[in-house]
Ligand binder design. Sequence first.
Ligand SMILES: Cc1ncc(COP(=O)(O)O)c(C=O)c1O
Length: 446
Amino acid sequence: MTEIQERLDELKELGLYRRMRLVSGPQGPRVVLDGKPVLLLCSNNYLGLADHPRVREAAADAAMRWGVGAGASRLVSGTMTVHRRLEESLAMFKGTESALLFGSGYLANTGVVSALGGAGTTIFSDELNHASLIDGCRLARGETFVYGHCDLDHLEWGLQQAVRDGDGRRGRCRPPLIVTDSVFSMDGDIAPLEGIVELAEHYGARVVVDEAHGTGCMGPDGRGAIAEAGLEGQIDVVVGTLGKALGSYGAFAACDAQMAAYLTNTARSLIFSTAPPPPAVAGAMAALDLLFEQPRRVERLQSNAAVLRDALAQEGFDVEGSTTQIVPLVVGDASTAMRVCEAALDRGVFAQAIRPPTVPEGTSRLRLAVMASHTKDELREAARVLGKAAMAAGWRPSVGRPVASGQTLATEDAAGSSAHQAADAPPPPRAGGVFDQQAESIARAA
Ligand SMILES: Cc1ncc(COP(=O)(O)O)c(C=O)c1O
């Protein structure tokens, strides 16, 4: 047996083996999955725009007008007019001077964080940040401090150490950098953005907020969680993806003109990668136009999410952590989560199980994602199906989560955390460690 096969077998034993399922047709509310019609309850096509006729037409027209590929990095063969137009619209949408397109949200986050988190910078990263922000921290040559999830006291404690040690406005070199998801992708809760901005001002830190799941889903005209919190203009870089509510592919960093020039010169994932394809860019532009014209899609998404959360609560699921269109059903054990997923699938509802390293050990879950294009009846029926699937898989939701996330942290602390480079300081109120946990699981799976 090869070493690769041994590793694959190990993943299977741990209930962590992944495979891709085959979907026929677009990412609508109902799809044919591995040959069987199901309700799709785990796609990020939140506003139903990926398959909207106007978005499809715009992409098809762009292919005819500008071709399919962008040819090279924009620093090599130039920015196409279609890129420039979308950047201008995105800057207007996000209320910033500039916006810079990237190939994807993953590339935008790794590029922005590594560009701003160079040697001499301490990066402060929420323990439940998306993998792309985590990987940005890893690529940066600065130090990373992982603060407890949404824990402003822990973040402040870390900032105090960094300032004491010489970062920031009183210090020798580069300001600290705080990076956070706005809407957490696996939990559906929202970062305490106002508190983060206050701390950043006080300690002279820069802030990067990833609005992958906020853009198009909340705030006035779907402008995101930052707009909802009244913080537009107060965040150094806002990252958004075109691949979720905006129904296409690609991403952007919205910021002031000076920051855009800096990122153009330093973000390696922008400099050394082919620009987004014209059909994807034009598709996103059409989606943005639809968002401006039809803001009720956002209201519909939010009211659909409320209906699903209520219906799930009636089935005995604990959904209190989520206030958004992302609703996790935290099962705990990875194999049990897979069994619930398969049982739901047998009954016609597809909600993918999410396991480590995507989520912390012991918190495997079904991550439900609502779309504006679901009907309320479909969502109520899905909740009933999920209730039955849980019972069939031997998991009683009303008993609660087998492992609380706090416990996971404690286990990690015991193992020690090399990501916490403020380690010579007195023990923090809480120490995060999921960063390391992800590193370990990825290493095991790699
Ligand atoms: C919070 C968050 N940020 C960034 C990304 C990456 O975006 P993209 O899919 O455009 O690469 C994702 C996608 O899964 C995400 O959930």
